[in-house]
Write a new protein. Structure first.
Length: 132
């Protein structure tokens, strides 16, 4: 026989509490990232509210990166989207005055680097001519 000193009500309430804390942390991170993207758009001379609209925010982001927002459509092409996403990470670092190393860091730790670009001393320099 299985004999436990904890009843199922205690276990269920502990799971609910853990899930509640996890959701709170998740939404707090989402709010910080939304504010960071708003600030990045503002630094680039775009209205910050544009980051709130799905698909349109990608158009504006690629307009910030390349000067032509329609390049975000390459994200819908299988396999090409991986290359475009990697290039966008490196280009993001370049247009905000950082180097390729920061762009590679942005590829793996984008939430952290977004906050660095948004709240740090990085200034928007505009689209740059490069192979990426």
């Amino acid at each position: 026989m299985y004999n436990s000193s904890a009843n199922s009500g205690d276990i269920a309430s502990a799971i609910v509490a853990i899930n509640g804390v996890t959701l709170f942390i998740y939404f707090a991170i989402l709010v910080v990232l939304l504010v960071a993207q708003w600030k990045m758009f503002s630094k680039a001379g775009e209205a910050g509210w544009k980051c709130l609209i799905p698909f349109y925010n990608n158009y504006i982001f690629y307009k910030i990166l390349y000067g032509n927002g329609w390049k975000f459509l390459f994200l819908f092409v299988p396999f090409l989207n991986m290359i475009v996403s990697i290039a966008a990470c490196i280009r993001t670092a370049q247009v905000y005055g950082k180097g390729i190393g920061f762009g590679i860091l942005h590829l793996f730790f984008s939430p952290i680097t977004m906050c660095i670009l948004a709240f740090g001393s990085a200034e928007y320099e505009g689209p740059v001519d490069s192979f990426i």
